[in-house]
Design a protein. Structure first.
Lengths: 183, 183
DNA sequence: CATTTTCGTGCGCTATAGCATACAAATATA
DNA sequence: TATATTTGTATGCTATAGCGCACGAAAATG
């Protein structure tokens, strides 16, 4: 994950420049010192929320405008370059394809489960939903004492604010993609 | 304006408690020290954006969730308790009824113009819009070398990214409400 | 050109963000 | 009731956020 204050600096500088402001002008509008503004733009510092608030106020910016990723950027991720999270003795491997990002509301990862493997998952917070898309093998999901069998090409959605478990009963590896949505 | 870090602390504490987490648990989830989390909740400190980022990430919260005002609060504002911004020798008085708030995208103020007064306004940033509702008297707005006469009960909307001026040609006071929208 | 003004960065200093640790109160376990 | 365990707070200490000021480069003005 790229450092947040780098993003902040880039955004601030681009906003300032498109408006044709100097650091002095922004300092006057926001009450933040010119030197500090320069450091923020260069990503040399991680400002406090008070300073960010002053900047957002003085420049009449919404909070997210300062933090958000500049739109439409292409990101290609391959499993090879990712370090999987290993559980169940390495038989359950989680690849964080699109890790959680506070400016969004979800995260996406791919999972590989070896034959015969079982994985228990704790209850998440209320309102959290999981979307599972099985791409190969057959996955059994148990939730509220009921088992759901999901073959390759099928998908499930369920409220994840309760304990649930994944099981690969077959003889071959199971692969699925999971989307976790946070309300 | 209430200090932002007070709000942040309140929100964080309420989120933590509804999820039934201890400070230790949150510290473990976020990588932020327990002591710091306590201080943030008590509003004793203004954390840096890096820390807020860690918290949002660890708790799977959107950025705004931490900052936003708890919904549905009643706020009553009267002009009497507001200090107006005086311009044009006090003949042009601006009352900030709902000052800009980075979690919203607009601000609202009421204006009083004495008889014969004129006020010039600089061009705002691109995309900014102004909504004017005249409540008493007659206001003349000049924009792009064209004059628009707006009587009591009427309203105007225009792109404010160009110079514009307000004039009260009549013999009585003019009052109007203005909404400034920032894209 | 010479001179002034405007711009961004570098410097030294103070206040405070942030950590690890220790502590006191409350709750749980015996 | 005594003993752990878990809670939040208080205490130094270090790193750094944030300021005012001054500097050199660039642009503007004469």
């Amino acid at each position: 994950m790229e450092q947040i204050h780098i993003k902040l600096g880039r955004n601030l500088k681009s906003i300032r420049q498109t408006r044709g402001f100097s650091l002095d002008k922004v300092s006057e509008l926001t009450g933040v010192s010119k030197a500090m503004l320069g450091q923020i733009e260069r990503g040399e510092t991680s400002p406090t929320i008070s300073i960010i608030w002053k900047i957002a106020n003085g420049l009449r910016l919404s909070f997210t405008t300062l933090i958000e990723e500049p739109p439409s950027e292409i990101a290609v991720i391959t499993k090879d370059e990712l370090e999987p999270l290993l559980e169940e003795d390495g038989q359950y491997r989680v690849y964080p394809m699109f890790p959680f990002d506070p400016t969004k509301k979800f995260e996406v990862y791919s999972v590989e489960m070896d034959a015969g493997c079982t994985h228990e998952s704790e209850a998440h917070s209320p309102g959290v939903e999981e979307y599972i898309l099985v791409s190969s093998g057959t996955l059994v999901i148990e939730i509220q004492n009921t088992s759901y069998t999901v073959g390759a090409g099928s998908a499930v959605r369920y409220a994840a604010d309760q304990p649930h478990s994944y099981r690969n009963p077959g003889g071959e590896i199971v692969r699925y993609d999971a989307i976790i949505y946070y309300p």
